[in-house]
Write a new protein. Structure first.
Length: 147
């Protein structure tokens, strides 16, 4: 019974040496040759042209980056301050207010990070959509013999 289960998997091994890609010049040493971009400044200008349609959203994202970074730094600072001011001195009168402030700080940090990711994804998808739409329209304008 076991031999019948093994039967479909019994096959003759094929040498992969015949199917291996040939090494090109420069690959023999194990290093890949890097191609250099000819017009990187023009490429950056073209990308900025597409992104310039979303300047307002990009400014919003930059504001959210600053907000989330400041909230991420403020949280540990408040924890340290709370330890020094309330826990070491055993004065618990302002500790509940500090804990509430920490909850607000971490909530704002999470909200800003989420909004930042949301808007960046939206900008990227809109930009790619615009580029693809323009490319598709351009391809439809080309004559058949081009292909």
């Amino acid at each position: 019974m076991l031999s019948k289960l093994k039967e479909p998997f019994q096959h003759e091994r094929i040498s992969l040496k015949d199917y291996a890609p040939s090494k090109e010049k420069g690959e023999e040493s194990g290093k890949k040759q890097r191609s250099k971009v000819e017009n990187w400044w023009g490429t950056l200008k073209r990308i900025w042209y597409y992104l310039s349609e979303s300047k307002g959203m990009i400014m919003l994202v930059l504001f959210l980056v600053i907000l989330s970074s400041s909230m991420a730094l403020l949280g540990p600072f408040l924890v340290g301050w709370g330890i020094d001011e309330y826990i070491v001195t055993q004065d618990t009168s302002g500790l509940t207010l500090l804990l509430g402030g920490l909850a607000v700080v971490y909530f704002l940090h999470s909200l800003a990070t989420w909004q930042q990711a949301f808007w960046m994804i939206r900008i990227a998808q809109k930009t790619v959509y615009t580029m693809r739409t323009q490319l598709f329209k351009h391809l439809h304008k080309l004559p058949i013999p081009f292909f």
